[in-house]
Design a protein around this ligand. Structure first.
Ligand SMILES: Nc1ncnc2[nH]cnc12
Ligand SMILES: [Zn+2]
Length: 336
């Protein structure tokens, strides 16, 4: 079997995916027409052609504008359903999905509207495809701490539907320490904790995420290599990094995929996983990220299996489920 077939057929979990970043240009176009939202584009092709970014902020500006077409419950259903259908095609059997409540509540959309759409699609995907999915509620770090506290409060009726809280948006100038008190409260409510750190920001932000937010995983974390002590710590504690190769390339964190450090980190013994981040903006879903690594870094079947196993180890699934999936990665029967 070719490596591409192995990539496609291997059961995988995805742990770093922003649902708003899976909005296709086609769905954006259709929903804009449905709600008479004006877009600064004249066609689906023009939307796709606009996706050239110089850094994280240049992407975020388009990403938040694009989310403006998501208005009613069915829009959020369609968004989630499209992503989970793609998971089914890609053999993603479990996914932990970030959503940004403030992107919607700041526009006057009710918490109940997007939660109902998301949860209905997640239930349908579980029933029709057997895909399990968890939600990660992410706070926008460019907004004040008070807004994150208000979001945590608004989420109260949905606490049992949410597995973890996270931190995303503009990293530079918004260190994890800004949200220490919110995450302390979230932890007291029993949530798992993740945070974007070390994507554009320095290694010190990764230390803050570990020491102040007490994260269970770091999202991105690729700048950890700048601090040898941090590398040793991440390895010893096996703190997972949810790495997003095509995202790093598109946002100019690296100039060339050949420079990506994911293979070095894997071979050094860090618990790294492959993820798509915002697949429709960055030119590829999960399997495309694996394929990019095979083309540029020459990853082989053993690497693919190790990365797929890591995705389950690093997930928030119960231990027995993790074990079942890890065994399945080694079980050649899934390829037949
Ligand atoms: N790659 C990324 N970094 C920070 N915030 C994000 N929100 C969506 N994608 C993001
Ligand atoms: Zn992200």
């Amino acid at each position: 079997m070719s490596l591409i077939d192995t990539i496609k057929k291997t059961p995988k979990a995805e742990l770093h995916l922003h649902i708003e970043g899976s909005l296709t240009p086609e769905l954006m176009w259709d929903l804009a027409a449905k709600h008479s939202v004006s877009l600064p584009y004249n066609s689906v092709e023009e939307i796709a052609a606009a996706y050239n970014f110089s850094d994280l902020q240049s992407f975020l500006d388009l990403y938040y504008a694009g989310a403006g077409v998501l208005i009613d419950e069915d829009d959020f259903y369609q968004l989630m359903w499209a992503y989970l259908s793609r998971c089914h095609e890609e053999n993603i059997v479990h996914t932990e999905i970030m959503f940004d409540p403030q992107t919607h509540t700041e526009r006057g959309i009710e918490f109940a509207t997007f939660m109902a759409g998301f949860l209905r699609a997640m239930k349908d995907a579980e029933e029709q495809f057997g895909i399990s999915s968890y939600l990660i509620m992410s706070f926008l770090r460019h907004l004040p701490e008070s807004s994150a506290f208000a979001t945590l409060e608004q989420a109260k009726p949905y606490f049992s539907d949410i597995h973890a809280v996270g931190l995303d948006s503009s990293e530079l100038g918004h260190p994890p320490s800004k949200f220490e008190r919110v995450f302390k409260q979230a932890k007291q409510h029993g949530f798992k904790i993740v945070a974007h750190a070390g994507e554009e920001g320095p290694a010190s932000y990764i230390w803050e995420a570990i020491n102040l937010l007490e994260v269970d995983r770091i999202d991105h974390g690729v700048r950890c290599q700048e601090d040898a002590e941090l590398m040793t710590y991440l390895k010893e504690k096996q703190i997972p990094l949810t790495v997003c190769p095509l995202s790093n390339l598109k946002l100019c964190v690296i100039d060339d995929m050949k420079q990506h450090n994911i293979l070095t980190l894997l071979e050094e013994g860090l618990l790294v996983t492959v993820n798509s981040d915002d697949p429709t903006y960055f030119g590829g879903f999960l399997n495309d990220n694996f394929i990019a690594l095979s083309e540029s870094l020459g990853i082989n079947e053993e690497h693919v299996k190790a990365l797929a196993k890591n995705s389950f180890i690093a997930s928030f699934l119960p231990e027995d489920k993790k074990r079942q999936y890890i065994n399945k990665v080694d079980d050649d029967d899934f390829r037949k």
